[in-house]
Design a protein around this ligand. Structure first.
Ligand SMILES: O=P(O)(O)OC[C@H]1O[C@](O)(CO)[C@@H](O)[C@@H]1O
Length: 429
């Protein structure tokens, strides 16, 4: 279950400002629900939960199981919404070190030649049994033309072809649009396996399509629980959207009050990538027409020892969103040492999670005292159930909050600007 506490944000808002914002958020929710807002042709991320297609989950599961049995390494080649969701879920629910099943490696999310060279050098080395590594590649690109992904895939495809002359075409799986784009041409030529990204689901809203679900399944995570918990959250919020409306209203009222930065923070390092997913979801959705709060991310307590000073006492233009987890299955209890030479016996008997929780409480209080309004989001545990809920919750929140701002949540016209300039410099015709 996700709990949202907006009280430490509302204490910074006048009743008037909040009640205006609340009315706006109610209307914004209606725009989403009644499909009357801008960009309404992009609401497929809701439709796929309203009318789940179990056959796709089945297909994903069966191919993923197959690959888990054969692969040493599974490469996810994609950028932005084509990899952030998968990475977020895999890191949130996996182990920090030595996961079971294939090693998942991300590529295609930048243009570092060194990265690809190092990756190929690593792939060239034998596996633990001293045999050549068994590698599969999932290239994910809705447009099929994004430069970072396409270039990396070109290099990886060459290596795969040389390495696996017999069955290379069975080792490449493409996730792309139904039609069009260079990737579909390659699929036609080589007969690669293909998952379709629905036309009406934008990249940053696509984690619950094969874009995210296939790599997540290859990582051994239960995609049915993840997906159907998102379905339950969808149904719950269709019945009663108070949780979303209150949150969107609070965030919008803070923006209206001059807050231009939302620091998305967590005390759980395995949620760092979830912050990255959220950063794209909010950033590409709200940051347009000179509006929006810049979504920054921070991982505590690590970053309390770097940017914590700024958050406590720097420019007062920010709010903070704490993503917390109430209980932790694996923790370490501090043991009492007879000599107490490090002076830490006062913590003996406590777990790291308990100590971390006090670090969170202390930070929340200090930042409130430092005039930073905060929203606290609590998950009971880190499991597929709560992450599934979390994903849909934030997709809906993003849409509702963007309609409060008066922007189209589903386009990203600004991203095209850098692409245009870059292609011109590169001499693309
Ligand atoms: O899946 P594609 O078409 O390669 O696009 C990748 C990403 O690039 C963007 O278009 C711009 O960052 C995102 O919206 C998208 O998630």
């Amino acid at each position: 279950m996700i709990e949202i506490n907006t009280s430490r944000a509302k204490q910074f808002l006048s009743e008037d400002r909040f009640s205006q914002a609340y009315k706006q958020a109610e209307k914004a929710f209606e725009l989403v629900q009644q499909r009357n807002g801008e960009g309404t042709e992009w609401l497929g991320w809701r439709d796929l939960l309203a009318d789940p297609n179990d056959a796709i989950l089945e297909q994903i599961d069966s191919l993923a199981t197959n690959i888990r049995e054969q692969a040493d390494v599974f490469i996810v080649c994609g950028i932005g919404g084509s990899y952030l969701g998968a990475r977020a879920v895999i890191e949130a629910l996996g182990s920090f070190f030595g996961n079971d099943g294939p090693e998942i490696i991300f590529a295609g999310h930048h243009m570092s030649g060194k990265y690809l060279k190092d990756l190929i050098g690593y792939l060239d080395k034998p596996n633990k049994e001293g045999e050549p590594k068994s590698v599969f590649v999932n290239v994910i690109s809705k447009s099929g033309t994004t430069l970072e992904t396409a270039l990396s895939f070109r290099v990886l495809r060459k290596w795969m072809t040389e390495q696996f002359p017999e069955d290379v075409d069975d080792r490449i799986i493409c996730t792309t649009s139904k039609e069009g784009g260079a990737l579909n041409e390659l699929i036609d030529q080589h007969g690669y396996k293909k998952f379709i990204i629905p036309d009406d689901v934008g990249g940053r809203f696509s984690v619950l399509t094969p874009v995210g679900l296939f790599p997540i399944a290859v990582a051994g995570i239960d995609i049915r629980t993840l997906f159907y918990e998102a379905v339950s959250k969808y149904e719950e919020l269709e019945e009663d959207a108070e949780q979303i409306i209150d949150y969107a209203a609070t965030k919008y009222a803070l923006f209206d009050d001059g807050k231009t930065l939302d620091v998305l923070t967590t005390f759980e390092p395995q949620l760092e990538a979830l912050g990255g997913w959220l950063q794209q979801l909010l950033g590409e959705s709200e940051g347009k027409q000179g509006k929006g709060m810049f979504p920054a991310t921070a991982t505590y307590s690590t970053d309390l020892h770097s940017i914590g000073q700024f958050i406590q006492q720097g420019t007062r233009n920010m709010m903070e969103t704490f993503i917390t987890v109430k209980s932790e299955e694996k923790s370490i209890t501090i043991e009492e040492l007879p000599e107490n030479n490090d002076g830490l016996n006062y913590l003996s008997g406590k777990t790291f999670h308990e100590i971390n929780t006090q670090a969170f409480r202390g930070t929340l209080q200090a930042h409130t005292d430092g005039d930073v309004p905060s929203i606290v989001v609590s998950l009971d545990k880190l499991n597929a159930q709560h992450i599934g809920e979390f994903i849909y919750f934030y997709e809906l929140l993003t849409a509702v909050y963007c309609y409060c701002l008066g922007v189209n949540p589903f386009n990203q016209p600004g991203v095209e600007d850098y692409k245009r300039e870059m292609y011109q410099l590169l001499g693309k015709h």
